[in-house]
Design a protein around this ligand. Sequence first.
Ligand code: ZN
Length: 490
Amino acid sequence: MNKRLVIALTLLLLLTASAFAQDNPALTIHVVQRGENLFRIALQYGVTTQDLAQLNGIANVNSIQVGQRLLVPVQPGVSVQTHTVQPGETLQSISGLYGVSIAELAALNDMADPNSLHIGQVLNIVPGVPAPVEVSQPPPAADVPEPALLSAAIDVPASSQQPITVIHTVLSGETLFRIAMAYGTTVNAVAQANSLTDSELIYAGQTLIIPDIVPPQLAIDLPAPVTGLEVMPLVLLEGQTGRFRVMTGTAASVSGTFLNSPLNFASEADGTRSTALVGVPVGTAAGVYPLSLTVADASGAQIPVSANIQVVAGGYLLETDILLIEDRTNLLDPAVEDAEMNALRQVMSRFNPERYFVGAMGLPAAATITSSFGNSRSYNGGAVQRIHTGTDFGGVPGTPIFAPAPGRVVVADTLNVRGMATVIDHGWGVYSGYWHQTERYVQLGEMVSAGQTIGTMGATGRVSGPHLHWEMWVNGVAVDPMQWAIFSFS
Ligand SMILES: [Zn+2]
């Protein structure tokens, strides 16, 4: 995908609208931090709680979440500006970009330790000289990017600040006014670009062309031969997948750790692009964690690269008193559970450097989702002891199950807890599992293609009734499968 589009997508969500154009109403985006509430945020920006709630479509002012992005109007005359920290940026490079001293930046942002800067952090900036925004070149023709919100590609020279066109997918509750404001453009400009005759008539899921967006200045400071570092999404979520990608000018091999686990990097583009996928385990405390990388080039030099990465809470639910089918309660025995888990973990933690998946995955069933990933669960009136490690689709026995992406079958077995089970290796440390089947149509070792019918739903194993449990593992960690149906990690 066009790198500039990626940057712009990042931007929309994260950067100040005021940085784009002086004529438009000034807005900034505030990422809700732990311990904050709407009242405190309103106070911080000198606006009313009601204004904030209205602008962001918040019905219950007591209900905001850590990591949530809020549009905040900036008072005329108040030169609040924010900068969202990108991979490769340092306090020093940001200081240079805005002409603000490191000490001022630290003071403005209550940073006791300047080394605590993390990717995705939103810094308040009081610019010495506002960065001029030049809109001199015509935008390139619109093309439709794949959804890659919150990703950042930074291997674009900071000087290429020309206006670009981006695609916005309308979310439920959004108005054209709010969208235009968020992008620092006008209702008229968006309406015109999309031939909308009635600006009231937009709907959730509609894609809108947003013309003439100017990417932000970046202040990348990376050691040679590293030319780029991508972190997607910029802020990781508990229970979800993230992607670290290192670009180098010459062939290099990359290793590293995150959340105390080794990363597995796959190499592409003649060794100049290395990608590691990471699963953030459910239960990971919200906080800032170090990403430590070592880039080894052809000369044998070992170049350390580090960054701080924020993890925010996944906001998972509690699901109590699931009633298992009567004769299945013996399957709650920890010994039975552990033996099965250990055997599966062996298989699903391997790293296969070959990638079979491309882009976002499909869904494994044309059926209703009956339970989401990450919920804490209790069975038959017992204590809440288990986390739901997949997404459930309800359906009568015999409902077809599809492979959501290409891969190789590495488990085709009948297990105690999971019943008739299939596991597909999609490469790059990504595995998907299909539990509780009544029929299986694939063999161990077989390559399957996206959309292929691999079996049918059933009620085998530890179940309360017939359904498909779809599970995804990334680098040895169970993650939310639904993220894979929306984002492209290839
Ligand atoms: Zn399930």
